[in-house]
Design a protein around this ligand. Structure first.
Ligand code: TUI
Length: 315
């Protein structure tokens, strides 16, 4: 017996794990590795232009014939171009973040793509269901990067109660216990980001991966609340500087300006002091860099063990 859910049928994948479409980090190499391991790998478009992402799509298709996804960050200045690219390339699964995919949902589905927006609230989940999306990713504030307010533990069951379509939980999941926990909350699978950063196939700089491996429980802090676009990243010189500006009551544009382009500095150049090391609260639990296949297999085996052993709680 193997752990399977309706998400596996919907996305034609073997294991109910999808990889977060992290800007700069989620390249074609990482996405292909996760899809080859039986999950759903996702390219992160972030703020990249369409020609860069087109190459990543081609890369995944060279490396695997399994389904894969593309995350469209709706705040990106290139979001409209990426939407057109995704339609032209008939990407099997589209996830969206940082906004409402609204009128584009139908166009994606017309070319056969499944559409799965990330939602940070019950209200947005309901709106997405009315737009007839295929599933939603419910992301708790434990996640890395751009975040909402509510925790995975509180938000997932509320969304599961509110809508009929499949829910995928994100934020704070990095092992088999986490996967089993979100399945217990009613999710049909988990989206996992930070754990996959610390994989051999992830093309992020070694220093970025090491910063996560070295992080402790309270190191993944939130900056930028005053801008309306809060971001979770590992505490360093940059987060301290942003904190200082925010405490002094700096204008939101000034705070945004200081954070601008800093994710690239950390991921690509390995500047983990002055760059933005976007990572989730679960960073403190990650202690080793492993292959994607090992990570996926271990998560599934451990989740299966938790579920099998759960009857021992009944006395
Ligand atoms: O998108 C993410 N996480 C991200 S995007 C990103 S790139 C970036 N770089 C620099 C600064 C800021 C971002 C890094 N991490 N997660 C998905 C997510 N979506 N979290 C929260 C939301 C969200 C928020 C509001 C989704 C929809 C939404 O809708 C508002 C509305 O009603 O339109």
């Amino acid at each position: 017996m193997a752990l399977k859910t309706e998400l596996c049928d919907l996305l034609e994948i073997e294991k109910p794990i999808i990889q977060g479409g992290m800007a700069w980090v989620a390249t074609g190499e990482l996405a292909a590795a996760v899809s080859s391991a039986g999950g759903l790998g996702i390219i992160g478009a972030g703020n990249a232009p369409a020609d860069v992402i087109e190459k990543e799509i081609e890369k995944v298709r060279e490396l695997t014939d399994k389904p894969f996804g593309l995350n469209i960050m709706l705040l990106s200045p290139f979001a409209d171009d990426i939407i057109e690219l995704a339609i032209e390339k008939k990407v099997p699964v589209i996830t969206t973040g940082a906004g409402n995919p609204g009128k584009h949902v139908k166009r994606f589905q017309e070319v056969g793509s499944k559409v799965i927006p990330v939602v940070p609230s019950v209200a947005l989940a309901r709106r997405m269901e009315r737009l007839k999306v295929d599933a939603v990713i419910v992301e708790g504030t434990e996640a890395g990067g751009h975040i909402g307010e509510l925790t995975t533990m509180a938000l997932v069951p509320q969304v599961v109660n509110a809508i009929e379509i499949p829910v995928i939980a994100a934020g704070g999941v990095a092992d088999g216990r986490g996967l089993a926990a979100v399945l217990a909350l009613g999710a049909k699978g988990a989206q996992i980001g930070t754990r996959f950063v610390c994989s051999e196939e992830c093309t992020a700089s070694e220093d970025f991966k090491k910063a996560i491996v070295g992080a402790r429980d309270r190191d993944a802090v939130v900056t930028g609340r005053s801008t309306g676009h809060p971001v979770r990243n590992l505490k360093n010189k940059l987060t301290k500087e942003i904190d200082r500006l925010e405490k002094e009551g700096a204008k939101p544009e000034e705070v945004e300006e200081l954070g601008s382009g800093k994710l690239r500095d950390a991921v690509i150049d390995g500047d983990v002091d002055q760059g933005s090391v976007m990572a989730g609260q679960i960073s403190g639990m990650i202690s080793e860099i492993k292959s994607v296949r090992e990570i996926v297999d271990e998560i599934i085996e451990d989740a299966e063990a938790v579920i099998k052993n759960s009857h021992s709680l009944l006395k």
